[in-house]
Ligand binder design. Structure first.
Ligand SMILES: Nc1ncnc2c1ncn2[C@@H]1O[C@H](COP(=O)(O)OP(=O)(O)O)[C@@H](O)[C@H]1O
Ligand SMILES: [Mg+2]
Length: 276
C-alpha cells in the first residue's frame, strides 16, 4: 500500500530544547481520517508542522505520495497547497484585514490569477457556511467563526490533505458539533483528514484510524475501534477509553446489546442501538 504521507525515523529538537520527536514513524493513507492522540508535549504539533514542511527534520524523512519532501521555495509552496495546515490558534493564522482577503492568500500564493482566487474564496466560504462573512473585518469574528475562516483558507487551496491541530480547542459544545459536521462533510467529499487532539471522545466520533503519541514516538497505530478499546495502551499514553466505548462494552457485557452490535460513534448512535 502506498501512503499519501509517510514519516520515517523522524527526529527533531527545538533550538535549545529537548528532543520533541524521537524517531517517529507514521504513514497516512489517502482518504482516511486519522486522529493523533496523546498527552501535552507528546509531539503532536511538532509532527503536524513537519507534515507540511514548516519544520525540517533534523534526521529522518517526510515523503508525499512516495517522493521525499522538497524544501526549496517552490517545492514548499506546492507541498503546502496539497497538505494544508490549520493551526491550533486561529489568531496565528489569520492576518489579513477582511475574511475574503485572508482566504485568498493561499490561492494567490499558489500563483492563481485574481479571478481564479476569487472563485476559490467564494467556493471555500460556501463550503464552510460563512459566505455572509466575506467582507467582515477579521478582528470582528467570534472564536468559532475564526476557526471556520482558518479552515476556509486551507480548503481554498483544494488540498489533498487537511491537517488540523487541536481543532476543537477553545470551541464551545455547539461550535464543536458544527465543526464535527463540517469535517464529516469534507471527509465525505474525499479529503484526507489528520487532526491532533487530547480529546479521546472526539477521536472516537471522527477518526477511522488513531495514532497514539508518547514522548515523540508513535506508541500504537491502528483502526480507531482497536486502539480506543485497549485500556492498557491508552493508559501508557496517559489516556482513558472514551465514555461511549465504556458504555458500549458495558451494555454488551450486560446483555443490553447483542455482542455483534457495532461500536457507536455518537450518543445518538448509541441510543439508536438501544432503541432497536
Ligand atoms: N517553540 C518551541 N520551542 C521549544 N520547545 C518546544 C516548542 N514547541 C514545543 N516544544 C517542546 O517540544 C515537545 C513537543 O511539543 P508539541 O509538539 O507542542 O507537543 P503536543 O502538541 O503533543 O502538546 C515538548 O516538550 C514541548 O515543550
Ligand atoms: Mg500541540
Amino acid at each position: 500500500m502506498s501512503a499519501l504521507l509517510r514519516v520515517e525515523g523522524l527526529h527533531y529538537a527545538y533550538p535549545g530544547g529537548a528532543e520533541a520527536l524521537a524517531g517517529l514513524d507514521l504513514s497516512i493513507a489517502r482518504g482516511r481520517r486519522l486522529a493523533i492522540l496523546g498527552p501535552n508535549g507528546a509531539g503532536k504539533s511538532t509532527l503536524l508542522l513537519h507534515l507540511n514542511g514548516t519544520l525540517r527534520p533534523a534526521r529522518g524523512t517526510v515523503s508525499l505520495a512516495g517522493r521525499p519532501g522538497d524544501y526549496r521555495r517552490r517545492g514548499l509552496i506546492a507541498w503546502r497547497s496539497r497538505v494544508a495546515l490549520v493551526l491550533q490558534d486561529a489568531d496565528d493564522q489569520i492576518f489579513a484585514a477582511t475574511v475574503a482577503e485572508d482566504v485568498s492568500f493561499g490561492p494567490l500564493n499558489m500563483g492563481l490569477s485574481e479571478a481564479e482566487a476569487a472563485q476559490r474564496v467564494t467556493e471555500a466560504l460556501e463550503a464552510l457556511g460563512i459566505a455572509d462573512l466575506a467582507d467582515r473585518p477579521t478582528h470582528m469574528l467570534s472564536g468559532g467563526q475564526k476557526k471556520r475562516v482558518a479552515i476556509a483558507g486551507a480548503v481554498a487551496m483544494r488540498p489533498d490533505v487537511l491537517l488540523l491541530d487541536e481543532p476543537t480547542a477553545g470551541l464551545d459544545r455547539g461550535g464543536t458539533e458544527q465543526l464535527i459536521a463540517l469535517l464529516d462533510q469534507l471527509a465525505a467529499a474525499g479529503m484526507t483528514l489528520v487532526f491532533s487532539t487530547h480529546d479521546i471522545d472526539l477521536a472516537l466520533t471522527l477518526a477511522e484510524d488513531v495514532a497514539l503519541f508518547r514522548a515523540g514516538r508513535v506508541a500504537a497505530q491502528g483502526p480507531a475501534e482497536a486502539i480506543l478499546s485497549a485500556p492498557d495502551l491508552l493508559a501508557e499514553a496517559g489516556l482513558k477509553p472514551p465514555l461511549l466505548m465504556e458504555l458500549w462494552q458495558g451494555a454488551r457485557a450486560r446483555g443490553l446489546l447483542p455482542k455483534e452490535a457495532p461500536l457507536p460513534r455518537t450518543a445518538e448512535g448509541f441510543l439508536a442501538l438501544l432503541g432497536g
